[in-house]
Design a protein around this ligand. Structure first.
Ligand SMILES: NC(=O)c1ccc[n+]([C@@H]2O[C@H](COP(=O)([O-])OP(=O)(O)OC[C@H]3O[C@@H](n4cnc5c(N)ncnc54)[C@H](O)[C@@H]3O)[C@@H](O)[C@H]2O)c1
Length: 462
């Protein structure tokens, strides 16, 4: 697929870093309103610098346009690209107005063009493993999901000084004005909707908790920097989703069922650790102990938090390995590359080209991309609704739905039940007795029940 990028800002390096891992994608050129940016990016990646978007769209060798402009211009640029006969991959959200997102989805269908977009983290291996665990019954019936996207009180972290690998400043003003919910909620919403279906109904609350966070005036001045939403998915599962740039870093998602809990540690990593705890009386009781909660090793001994699963479920699209996502390019020192590699191992690592790679495969196979326009429209509607919520909680029914995504194959394993360890039954009895307070460890009837869930502790460990 021959692609060209419109918008050479902070995120462009994240996209182009993994190009060498994707021989199916060829970068033809780039453009930006700010010519100094497009020149720098074109030189760094050795491609053509188009003077304008019009010039880029007029080039017949460009098959797909990657829209990396601000959310405010997503609709305008994507629309122009579709009208010029190009496939489009858009950064999130599809548009800042639900009707404009609908317009793009309809236009792409009408023209027989592919329209897909971010986020594509759901195409990676960790989410494939989570979906398999849930579908295989590893946590029983899913009852509730807690999804966090707290990205630190970033206003205390001098974001005005942050730079991308090619030296572009992080657009803190635009990020504050658009708001962290619109920037981040979709990573969870899309991944969960891919698993549980469309959001049937939602209630949300959003507020600006730190109005004086910016060194320059903002327009609007008080876009929410904190939001909470409760989403009811089509199958009845409820997720509580939090987004903020006020609370300390937490990008976890916890899926809690009536037999266990799955935790994906970092939603911005294609191979995030995923753990599975099969509930037992022991682990449920043990987490009441402060020492267990504060000491992961102790917790581990009694099954709290379960074990990381070594998943070998095939991801819908093969992501590049974190090591290969270290900064590349001419003139980069060894230290810079090492720092990048460490960051990707320890912090975040998304292959931003996964969605585009899938579009190329979809074209070859004559099918829709896995992330369909209708899915993106629905996710955009949900995130727009959360971020535009105010301090009065309100209930919304998203108007558009989508048919299930054709994501996963039934191969590979994500978990295997394991036999309980020899100490499990004894520890189980002690903890049950402690929990029930009265009598000694042998007094509790449930401690003697055959097949108490405690026998399951350690399941999934390998
Ligand atoms: N910054 C991040 O860490 C990050 C991460 C993931 C996704 N994103 C998403 O990527 C998109 C871009 O974010 P960014 O951080 O790179 O923003 P940015 O402000 O750094 O870059 C946007 C670029 O688009 C250019 N542009 C704007 N309108 C244009 C037009 N009409 N024609 C041509 N160029 C135009 C701007 O000049 C600017 O260089 C946003 O949708 C954002 O949500 C950002």
């Amino acid at each position: 697929m021959r692609i060209a990028v419109v918008g050479c800002g902070y995120v462009v390096d994240d996209y182009l870093r993994t190009l060498p891992e994707h021989p199916e994608i060829t970068l033809v050129g780039v453009t930006d309103l700010d010519e100094s940016r497009s020149r720098r990016v074109a030189a760094r990646y050795g491609v053509r610098c188009f003077a304008t978007t019009e010039e880029l769209l007029a080039d017949p060798s460009v098959e797909l346009v990657v829209n990396l402009t601000h959310p405010q211009t997503h609709h305008e640029i994507s629309r122009a690209a579709l009208l010029a006969g190009k496939h489009v991959y858009s950064e999130k959200p599809l548009s800042l107005a639900a009707e404009d997102a609908q317009d793009l989805a309809a236009l792409a269908r009408e023209r027989g063009l592919m329209l897909s977009g971010a986020p594509c983290n759901l195409l990676g291996a960790s989410w494939a493993a989570v979906r398999r665990l849930v579908r295989d019954g590893a946590i029983g019936r899913t009852r509730v999901i807690y999804a966090e996207l707290d990205d630190n009180p970033i206003y205390l972290m001098h974001p005005e000084e942050w730079r991308s690998e090619s030296g572009t400043p992080w657009p803190f003003k635009n990020e504050y004005e658009v708001g962290c919910t619109l920037e981040h909620a979709a990573y969870h919403v899309a991944a969960l909707a891919a698993l549980f279906g469309p959001v049937r109904e939602m209630t949300s609350f959003a507020s600006c908790l730190v109005p004086d966070k910016s060194p320059v005036p903002l327009d609007p001045p008080t876009t929410p920097d904190f939001s909470v939403a409760c989403l009811t998915f089509d199958n009845g599962v409820v997720a509580r989703l939090t987004c903020s740039i006020v609370a300390t870093y937490d990008h976890k998602v916890r899926l809690i069922g009536d037999e266990g809990e799955v935790v994906l540690d970092e939603v911005w990593h294609n191979r995030s650790p995923v753990s599975l705890e099969r509930f037992g009386q022991m682990s449920l009781n043990a987490r009441k102990l402060r020492a267990v909660r504060h000491n992961p090793l102790l917790g581990r001994l009694v099954g709290v938090g379960g074990r990381n699963v070594r998943y070998d479920v095939p991801a819908p699209v093969q992501a590049s390995e974190p090591e290969s996502q270290a900064p590349r390019g001419r003139g980069l020192s060894f230290t810079t590359r090492l720092k990048g590699a460490l960051r990707r191992r320890q912090m975040t690592s998304l292959d931003f080209l996964l969605g585009i790679s899938d579009m190329e495969q979809a074209r070859r196979e004559g099918r829709d991309p896995l992330i369909t326009p209708e899915f993106l429209l629905h996710v955009s509607e949900v995130t727009l609704a959360i971020s535009s919520g105010d301090s009065e909680p309100r209930t919304i029914v998203p108007p558009h739905s989508f048919t299930p995504l054709a994501l996963d194959r039934e191969e590979g394993t994500a978990w295997r039940p394991a036999e309980p360890g020899p100490l499990a039954a004894v520890t189980d009895r002690v903890l049950v007795a402690l929990h029930r307070r009265g009598g000694g460890s042998g007094d509790s009837p449930s401690a003697h029940q055959p097949g108490a869930h405690g026998t399951e502790v350690g399941a999934g460990s390998r």
